[in-house]
Design a protein around this ligand. Sequence first.
Ligand SMILES: Nc1ncnc2c1ncn2[C@@H]1O[C@H](COP(=O)(O)OP(=O)(O)OP(=O)(O)O)[C@@H](O)[C@H]1O
Ligand SMILES: [Mg+2]
Length: 330
Amino acid sequence: MGSSRAIVVTDLRKTYRTPFQRKKVEALRGVTFEVERGHIFGFVGPNGAGKTTTIRTLMGLIRPTSGSAELLGAPIPSRAARAKVGFLPESPYFYDYLTVTELCDLAGRLFGMPAPARAARAKLLIERVGLGDARNQNLKKYSKGMLQRAGLAQALMNDPELVVLDEPMSGLDPIGRKEVRDLILELRDQGKTVFFSTHILSDVEAITDRVAIIARGQLQAAGTPSELVAKTVLGVDVAVRLPAQVDAAELTAGADRVRRVGDELSLVLPGDTDVDAWLVRAHGAGAKVISVAPRHETLESLFLREVAGAQRGSGGADNGGPERSKAENT
Ligand SMILES: Nc1ncnc2c1ncn2[C@@H]1O[C@H](COP(=O)(O)OP(=O)(O)OP(=O)(O)O)[C@@H](O)[C@H]1O
Ligand SMILES: [Mg+2]
């Protein structure tokens, strides 16, 4: 288990066959990625993209149609590896009549922890997720955010090396989301690997080391958040001071949003412009530079573009994705 990769996924495919409708759903269509140990990895995609299918496959809950995966150096399914993984399922179904203390105790039992260790660990984690005051309440009295935090506490009972969280921020308000983000950062500081899915881009932009974008069962893009953003400089905003009598035609050719007011010229150069060469020409024409600012794509716009591309590219393949919608307001 000395691999430097916490997760390796190779050409994973999953086709669901629904028994009554004679319909096949290609949920994963050749997904390949790796997660380095010690990283926070964000797995981003819209509803029906294949996030949960990937995660359930990794956790050994469903069998892939083809392809392979490794968790902590061991091919799935591996009991030994699973014992070192903490897992928060997408819609944690908890027994209403349990308390969070009992829920954590149950998780600890599944991992074979002795009773005193279970009690001590549960107490610590329940405090950590901010449920100390509610530890003796039945889970049925919990709000959605509290349930999510209870789910996080039980996922950490076995002090996992790798934490796999399916939509850990879903249903949380901005403060709750920030708390989960802080918890994820704290786990990384403790040397753990965190893999989490989301469709909330600001969450991955803020805390992840790497991001993969999935849509319609295929990865659309992967990299560090800044790599993904830098991949496409949309254009360069330039402003120069140029004597009013100088003809600017040579400088404005091919540019967008050209404005000339008095001796000030502002424009947007296309993303692939050689900006240095343009500035040399501008200087030659007697211009003085006021500002040069690349317009970067945000992850949000990249996501929308990649997802739109995947939808166009799918050529109408029948993949029940978008039809299934979830009433989530995030
Ligand atoms: N058990 C199942 N039987 C049939 N089809 C399924 C099953 N589970 C998922 N699917 C389909 O597989 C595709 C991928 O679903 P999946 O749940 O993996 O997406 P997701 O990215 O987790 O979406 P969400 O953001 O809504 O949680 C969808 O088209 C979904 O309808
Ligand atoms: Mg899901």
